[in-house]
Ligand binder design. Sequence first.
Ligand code: B1M
Length: 208
Amino acid sequence: MADLEVLKNAVIKGDQNTAKEVVSAALAEGMAPETILNDGLIAGMNVVGAAFKKNEVYVPEVLIAARAMKMAMEILEPKLVEAGVEPVGTVVIGTVKGDLHDIGKNLVAMMLKGAGFNVVDIGTDVPADQFVNAAKENKAKLIALSALLTTTMPMMEETVKAVAAAGLGAKVFIGGAPVTQDYADKIGAAGYAADAASAVDVAKELIN
Ligand code: B1M
């Protein structure tokens, strides 16, 4: 019988082949796709996220785990859709205008996916109106902004204002090495996350 503890550990170790095998076996046995997602894949990514927060694992380990999750999700996703399993929520994510750094943003996107969010990644160097349009198109209730340069941080404020002006009811949360909670408060962002694992916690708080 397919063992979700094995699936969880495969994600933690970044073992794509085992992750794919267990997902396929579990589906063949008739296990509910949502159970496989929550008790196997997301459970594994939660462990990786918590270890990353405590500096027990680093960026490469998170990327490898996220890759294993992604490969397994390719098998699981059509079944989740068939079963009508709704994502936790939709997040539009991007790096603000003028800023090309995307390693941190990609990690945040992966962790959010790992936590069951539908993530719309609109890339780097993204102007405020593009965040607004993407949120509208995807009916996203959350918008995550990344900035790595002190010179591009003001684009976060511009984006927060543009989202408010568009009246979408979407909440903006921000992060990136030079960004702080104080800055988030100052520009009226709904939240701040210091790292990718915290971004998941903040996203869950904001969506509720
Ligand atoms: Co650039 N760069 N860079 N760079 N670069 C920094 C950021 C810098 C601190 C280096 C330095 O001088 N010591 C400095 C910024 C100084 C400042 O403004 N304070 C800098 C500079 C100046 C520049 C250029 C201007 C250099 C030049 O051309 N003269 C230029 C700007 C280009 C541009 O964007 N327009 C530039 C270019 C580049 C590269 C292209 C070479 C490359 C980027 C490649 C890429 O991203 N694809 C690059 C890199 C790699 C860095 C450093 C070395 C590493 C950044 C990184 O990826 N860290 C960086 C120095 C450093 O940080 N040590 C530096 C790893 C990543 C996992 O961490 O991105 O912080 P981080 O993400 C974390 C958290 O911040 C948080 O979670 C992530 C995971 O835990 N987080 C979020 C991030 N986004 C979030 C969004 C959220 C929530 C949390 O949403 C809610």
